[in-house]
Design a protein around this ligand. Structure first.
Ligand code: UN1
Length: 511
């Protein structure tokens, strides 16, 4: 297929300050990095968009040293003053929303509406963080000792390492960065090597806001691989928190290194998200929700719907309607407004999908729709429906592709048991019009995931809630609610304003 993406891309890149070749690290200044050039490719056309010189020997250290220094100054700014910087950053993102949305589409291959949605998610995060900057509340407790006051306060933590994946190349940075910034932390961002231009574009915008305000260079960037950036960052004792999004394998490796140095990690790893559709569900609603969750972003969200559990009474009808809907999904250039599904990120992702489908067939699953590469070639694939008998081993694995496993069940207890039988625990949903079924799903013995929805799909969470999951998903929580607490250090303070020194627990210790 020929898409004239290069022409479309050139203007967008120029307006975002990206050249044909670019330095891959920022720490107040752009470093003349010494690593290999990294070519960023458009997955829709295979064309090179631009190239970035990755971090080489010694470059990481320079970025880290500046992050440590920037933290020393930044933590002395008041939290509302830090919020003002984030407010301005949100405004800059508003000005560049269109170009950034296009860049996300060009580099990650997601459809434009989702590219723009991702930038909106950054803007929403900025707005939320501005409000948070005046709400970093600590509790006040009643002391058991007379004339004593006890309370807790929250201080900035230190430089934070942010490792992000290709599928949300900008929003996930914002979940972390907007909050870390108002909390008084500096950052070192390692974007995915598949989407370095998104990292560059965002950092250029952040740089302008910092410079205009004489703020310290808190938004550090280091593009590179796990040897030059990932490894040193994760092992760096000066970096008290590592927030990482990616595979379970990656998270397990990072978690070990960080816990060995007794640092904190915030992990957002694989999902294997199930939707239960009951006989009494609104099937129109269920169908639309499943389609967005399973086919949206070509199944490359950590929240993508991968398992669909159908109660027997509606199973045949849902399957029929799903096949019809899958047939009419428009696949093609992500920048074409009519497109619903773009390509996978690269050839490896296509190979992984085809390998998973071979395993499906070997294990006794049946491809109901799709199952092949798409006639458009390149990284395009067919969205795929698989009939999977309960317990098919492959349904316990996350394949980052649009494969949806369909499994039938008789009653809700069986569905919940099936639902919870996988190692991952990110997002989940039930479709039902019965309040008892809905509440049963949300009860302590119901869904075991970090996110549980009723009559909406598994993906597309709002930023106001805490985002993350249990079990092999890693336990981290980002974005809204009280997720800010992990980016700060808690201090419990007790003040004696009297003339006596009473001891807690009634202990006597007088000479
Ligand atoms: C991810 O895929 O890593 O809930 C994050 C969603 C998005 C975030 C997905 N807001 O689908």
């Amino acid at each position: 297929m020929t898409v004239d993406t290069q022409a479309a891309a050139t203007d967008v890149l120029r307006r975002l300050g990206i050249n044909e070749e670019n330095p891959g690290a920022f720490c107040g200044t752009w470093l003349d990095t010494s690593g290999e050039p990294l070519e960023s490719r458009n997955p829709a056309s295979g064309e090179v968009l631009a190239s970035v010189r990755a971090v080489g020997e010694g470059d990481y250290e320079r970025v880290a040293a500046v992050a440590v220094e920037a933290f020393e100054t930044w933590r002395q700014w008041t939290a509302p003053a830090r919020g003002e910087i984030v407010r301005q950053l949100g405004n800059e993102l508003r000005l560049h929303k269109e170009d950034l949305g296009r860049l996300v589409s060009l580099e990650a291959g997601k459809v434009l509406s989702e590219g723009l949605g991702e930038v909106q998610e950054m803007i929403d995060m900025a707005d939320l963080a501005v409000g948070m900057s005046r709400q970093l509340y600590g509790l006040s407790m009643h002391s058991e000792r007379p004339q004593h006051r006890m309370y807790e306060q929250w201080h900035p933590l230190g430089p934070v390492g942010i490792v992000t994946a290709f599928n949300f190349p900008v929003a996930v940075w914002a979940w972390n960065a907007m909050v870390a910034a108002i909390c008084g932390d500096s950052m070192i961002w390692k974007p995915s090597q598949k989407t370095p231009l998104c990292g560059l574009a965002i950092t250029r915008i952040a740089e302008r806001v910092l410079t205009a305000n004489d703020a310290p260079p808190i938004f550090g960037l280091a593009v590179g691989d796990r040897h030059q950036v990932g490894g040193p960052l994760v092992a760096d004792r000066r970096v008290p928190l590592i927030s990482a999004t990616g595979s379970v394998t990656m998270g397990r490796a990072i978690g070990k290194v960080v816990s060995d140095r007794l640092g904190r990690s915030l992990l957002e790893l694989g999902g294997n998200n199930g939707i239960i559709v009951m006989d009494d569900a609104d099937l129109d609603l269920s169908l639309r929700a499943v389609l967005f969750a399973a086919v949206g972003t070509a199944g490359q969200r950590c929240t993508s719907n991968r398992r669909l559990l159908l109660q027997r009474g509606i199973a045949d009808e849902m399957k029929r309607r799903l096949v019809d809907a899958y047939q009419s999904v428009r696949i093609g250039d992500p920048l074409d407004p009519a497109t619903l599904m773009g390509p996978l990120i690269d050839e490896n992702a296509v190979d992984d999908m085809m390998r998973a489908l071979d395993t499906v067939r070997q294990q006794g699953g049946t491809v109901l729709y799709g199952g092949e590469r798409h006639e458009l070639g390149g990284c395009y694939v067919q969205p795929t429906l698989v009939e999977a008998p309960a317990g098919l081993p492959i349904t316990c694995e996350e394949t980052f592709a649009p494969i949806l496993y369909l499994t039938e069940f008789d009653d809700l207890d069986e569905a919940i048991a099936l639902h919870n039988s996988v190692p991952q625990g990110l997002s989940s949903a039930i479709f039902t019009l019965n309040v008892r079924s809905a509440e049963r799903f949300l009860a302590a013995t119901g869904s075991d995931c970090g996110i549980a929805n009723v009559n909406i799909g598994t993906s597309g969470a709002e930023i106001g809630g805490a985002f993350g999951g249990e079990k092999e998903t890693g336990g981290g929580r980002e974005a809204g609610s009280d997720s800010w607490k992990i980016y700060m250090r808690r201090q419990t303070c007790t003040i004696n304003w009297g003339t006596e020194l009473p001891l807690a627990q009634g202990v006597e210790f007088d000479v």
